[in-house]
Design a protein around this ligand. Structure first.
Ligand code: FAD
Ligand code: N01
Length: 542
């Protein structure tokens, strides 16, 4: 075991117990935890500071979509007492301040190399360590290597012809300038109507002289009803914080919520309406995803929810044709991540805001001065790409990770990610992923899933140390079984029917397959605990 003295390690020749890629919420908690357990740990982060998602995504209107009272660390009760969220859904600057507060409170920055991108990592079977290469030219060796590199951290490169030609200002929601952007008096194009577009469009519309929204697929969006944290949300937390957090950990999606037994297809319209309105008024995604027990299983049940959202859109958007264009018809509700908005649909009633339906009028090319459709060319001062991410696997395989026998993870995952429990892959000893493909991850409150993975991993390393062992790797049998289970669970739902980033369908050439585990945070936690309790069943340790 390497001595736990990471702060004294010279990065040029360093060897540590654990290298962690990423200083978002995953990397920060991992560093804190491993340090407490006496493992020397170095975090390598491409950004200039901590925060991950909340460092990069500074676009106007960026907020969380899980209430911040839930989207928060729970590992230290004193930390919980030391921080109070100002709103139901905190803004990006506030969440970033929280990450910075955590980094300061536990003195984490001294073990993080910022502005350092990991480009490659190679397993040395004889020495039983990973050799990690960075873009600064400094290498670092470690026994355990953790990709805490984020599920939504690698922006999709624009796959639109002529994108490089445009001479005006270009922005990506996922890489927003730190100094902010003033669109006053400008003609602005926004491409993309996922969560990032839907959050930012109403704010950009307040500044721009003209705002043109290029929509390929309409998305379902729910009014966030933001404001101070509601008393009914605060009360259970304040009454018994420990019980509340425990309930979250053993819930379906990482937030305490009723597990309904009401089936849409077997209940009367009055029940449909009551349950839908209650969920809609909550302004929260998880209740909206659980109006009926069967809404993600059967199209008829799902159509009840979708139809009522369509009604809501028609109530707000004055022009019926526009309302129809904004109404998703191509995918069942929830099979793409629904959005939370503040005034999104009403924005389209403004005279200077225009919606372009890319299904009927595809972009022919981006030009030096604007965007050309068949038969129409529009001039813009700025183009905003809200076009999303190479989700879940992108950041992992963008690092050239070579495991046992010279096989890269990219090669292994060429037809889709293969993992055991979303934590490890056969052929890649001592490599862990946090909230990786095959785990509940993006289908859950990520804070709960991050903490669960970090705790499991930390326990695993402690057990290896206690047992005098130095390597761990899943067996191919266990991995195949888990992948089958992940696919079987997804297969009984409607999720695979949508062209979503959950399916890898947003990135040209990416293999199609449902990436996260849909079996629930509770079932998943149970499986991970059981595997550990059974002497790491399905893993080979030595
Ligand atoms: P990240 O925060 O993505 O951090 C990963 C870090 O790794 C990044 O800083 C990145 O720079 C770094 N990195 C990646 N590759 C390398 C490399 N090769 N070398 C060095 N560094 C590297 N989830 C929720 O549960 N609720 C929400 O409300 C919510 N809102 C979101 C809003 C937005 C705009 C986005 C994009 C995502 C949101 N998510 C939300 C998901 C969010 O990503 C997670 O909640 C969480 O922040 C992920 O933390 P992380 O540390 O795992 O990853
Ligand atoms: O990305 P997206 P995002 N031409 O992939 C369109 C989290 N998040 O950054 O659907 C034209 O959802 C694409 O169209 P289509 C959250 O988990 C949370 O918005 O592929 N259009 C789509 O409309 C979220 O789900 C929050 O047809 C193109 C859009 O761009 C995830 O991050 C806020 C195109 C991309 O939507 C990703 O959200 C932000 C092309 N070539 C993010 N390529 C919260 O609210 C893509 N599009 C907490």
């Amino acid at each position: 075991m390497v001595e736990p003295s990471s702060k004294d390690i010279s990065p040029a020749t360093a060897t540590v117990d654990v290298v962690v890629v990423g200083a978002g919420f995953s990397g920060l908690y991992l560093l804190h935890k491993l340090r407490q357990l006496g493992f020397s740990t170095r975090v390598l982060e491409a950004a200039g500071d901590v925060g991950g998602t909340w460092y990069w995504n500074r676009y106007p209107g960026a907020r969380c979509d899980i209430p911040t009272t839930d989207y928060t660390y729970s590992f230290d009760p004193d930390l919980e007492k030391a921080w109070t969220w100002s709103e139901k859904y905190a803004t990006q600057p506030e969440i970033l301040r929280y990450a910075q507060f955590v980094a300061e409170r536990y003195d984490l920055r001294r073990d993080i190399d910022f502005d350092t991108r990991v480009v490659a990592a190679r397993w040395d079977d004889e020495a039983e360590h990973w050799q990690v290469r960075t873009d600064t030219g400094r290498d670092i060796r470690c026994r355990y290597y953790v990709m805490a590199s984020g599920c939504l951290s690698l922006p999709k490169t624009p796959d639109i012809p002529g994108a490089e030609r445009f001479k005006g200002e270009v922005f990506f929601t996922s890489r927003w300038p730190h100094e902010g952007v003033d669109f006053s008096g400008k003609r602005v194009a926004v491409i993309g109507t996922g969560s990032s577009g839907i959050q930012s469009i109403p704010i950009m519309a307040r500044q721009a002289s003209q705002l043109t929204v290029f929509q390929r697929t309409p998305n379902f969006s729910i009014p966030a009803g933001n404001g101070p944290v509601r008393p009914e949300r605060r009360a259970p937390l304040e009454a018994d914080r420990e019980a509340y957090r425990r309930e979250a950990k053993w819930s379906r999606a990482g937030v305490p919520n009723e597990q309904t037994q009401v089936y849409g297809r077997y209940s009367p319209p009055q029940v449909h309406r009551e349950r839908f309105e209650a969920a809609w008024q909550s302004g929260e995604l998880i209740p909206m995803l659980a109006v009926f027990a069967d809404q993600i299983l059967f199209r008829d049940a799902n159509a009840i929810v979708a139809g009522m959202v369509h009604e809501k859109i028609r109530e707000v958007v004055q022009d019926p044709q526009l309302a129809e264009l904004l109404s998703p018809r191509d995918h069942p509700f929830g099979t793409k991540r629904p959005c939370l908005d503040s005034g999104y649909y009403a924005t389209f009633n403004l005279p200077h805001v225009r919606l372009v339906d890319l299904r009927r009028h595809p972009i022919e090319t981006i030009t030096e001065t604007g965007i050309a459709l068949a038969g129409e060319t529009m001039a813009f001062d700025a183009i905003v790409y809200a076009t999303g991410f190479d989700a879940m696997t992108g950041a992992i395989v963008s690092v050239d990770i070579t495991g046992r026998d010279g096989i890269t993870l990219k090669q292994k995952w060429a037809h889709g990610p293969q993992t055991y429990l979303g934590l490890m892959a056969a052929g890649f000893p001592n490599l862990f992923t946090i909230t990786g493909p095959g785990s509940p991850s993006v289908l859950s409150n990520m804070m709960v899933s991050i903490e669960q993975h970090v705790d499991w991993l930390a326990d695993c390393l402690v057990r290896l140390r206690a047992d005098g062992m130095t390597t761990i790797e899943p067996t191919e049998t266990a991995e195949t079984g888990w992948v089958t289970h992940v696919n079987d669970c997804a297969g009984i739902t409607l999720y695979p029917t949508a062209d979503s980033w959950y399916m890898g369908a947003n990135v040209p050439g990416k293999p199609r397959g449902f990436l996260p585990y849909v079996g629930g945070v509770d079932a998943y936690r149970g499986a991970c605990d059981e595997v550990a309790a059974c002497d790491y069943l399905g893993f080979r340790r030595s």
